[in-house]
Design a binder for this molecule. Structure first.
Ligand SMILES: *Cc1c(COP(=O)(O)O)cnc(C)c1O
Length: 354
């Protein structure tokens, strides 16, 4: 029986995608061969890569707008340095909203001057800084739209006069944004799109070619664009499953449709956190993430009782990250509304028993 999976990443994907992917591992397109034993230069796989790239651009509304989509390896963590390698010539600006943003900052400092335009570290990253300004002479501003660990989310699309780079690992394809305001978007697949092993990078081509340094081939976006994500062997399985998930999303009605469902799930859970006297939310109310809800018990002495109740309800992956404690419910695109209903019932069950 399928569990209610609130895991933060790797995470739940649509059940039908798991089924299609498992079939392709045995026999792909009726070829009598597995997806993972054919050449990545075989036309059957090239079609997968083309599809995955065009679906990504289509769902983001970025077709024919000068953008390219790449599926690279090395996780979002490699993008922390690839972004700086390709774009940071003299000076960059970073918004520090959590662990992942801090890690991106650490890497970029290796390449040039860095201005931290604002930080919410003073309150353990439980809010998104507001009203900050960005120097006009920076090469780009880097933000993390959704802070997976702390459960905060940037809900607006910033309008600064400098190129905008965003780590969207944990909320890409979950809510509508004006993606054309972003010059570079990257996202590890394993939070909302596919298995670990590939990272989607969406780049406005015009921002490249402006740094003085020589870039190693594997980190050079221009090379990956010229080779259409086939400079070296791509992670074929991860790209294939990502393609299936993007197709699933398109069939559902795209980002507009999934955003409504995600809002419904988030409202259901946050309403219970606010109503139930046994729980308190971690993130500032206006900055709460619709993907990762962080919350704690008011009285830790009932922890074992609550943990027993949700585990008995076939819920998986609810423990919070060690830097926040408590609980984190990740409600990615593929998580059914019913799973959130089951969690809310568990929260109401402990209220009756505690
Ligand atoms: C998980 C995560 C990362 C790290 O991704 P890897 O693929 O493990 O390198 C980076 N940024 C955000 C926002 C994340 O949620």
């Amino acid at each position: 029986m399928k569990k209610h999976n609130f895991s933060a990443g790797p995470c739940i994907l649509p059940q039908e995608v798991f089924k299609q992917a498992s079939e392709a591992v045995i026999d792909f397109n009726g070829l009598g061969l597995s997806l993972i034993e054919i050449s990545h230069r075989d036309k059957n796989f090239i079609e997968v890569m083309d599809q995955a790239q065009s679906l990504a651009l289509e769902l983001l509304g970025l077709e024919n707008k000068g953008y390219k989509a790449l599926f690279l390896q090395g996780g979002a963590s490699t993008q922390f340095l690839a972004v700086a390698y390709n774009l940071l010539n003299k000076k960059s600006a970073y918004l520090n909203t959590g662990t992942w943003a801090s890690k991106a900052i650490k890497e970029a400092r290796l390449f040039g001057e860095l201005v931290e335009v604002a930080s919410s570290k003073d309150q353990n990253f439980n809010y998104i800084p507001k009203g900050f300004s960005v120097p006009s002479d920076v090469d780009y501003l880097h933000i993390t739209t959704n802070n997976t660990i702390f459960g905060t989310q940037i809900k607006e699309d910033y309008n600064f006069e400098v190129p905008l780079v965003a780590d969207m690992s944990s909320d890409i394809f979950s809510c509508q944004r004006d993606f054309s305001k972003y010059d570079l978007i990257y996202a590890g697949a394993q939070k909302n799109m596919g298995p670990a092993g590939t990272t989607l990078v969406v780049i406005k081509e015009g921002i490249l070619g402006k740094v003085d340094r020589t870039i190693p081939s594997m980190l050079d976006y221009k090379i990956h664009i010229d080779k259409e994500s086939m400079f070296n062997t791509p992670p074929v399985f991860a790209v294939y499953v990502s393609m299936l998930t993007l197709q699933w999303l398109k069939n559902l009605g795209g980002i507009q449709a999934i955003e409504k469902i995600n809002q419904e799930k988030a409202d259901l859970l946050y309403d219970e956190i606010d109503r139930n006297p046994l729980f308190k939310g971690f993130a500032a109310t206006e900055d709460r993430s619709n993907m990762n809800a962080t919350f704690n018990l008011v009285d830790e002495s009932v922890k074992d009782l609550f943990d027993g109740i949700w585990k008995d309800a076939d819920i998986n992956g609810l423990n919070g990250h060690r830097s926040v404690g408590g609980y984190r419910a990740s409600m990615y695109n593929a998580l059914p509304l019913n799973s959130v209903e089951v969690l809310v019932q568990a929260m109401q069950a402990i209220e009756k028993r505690a």
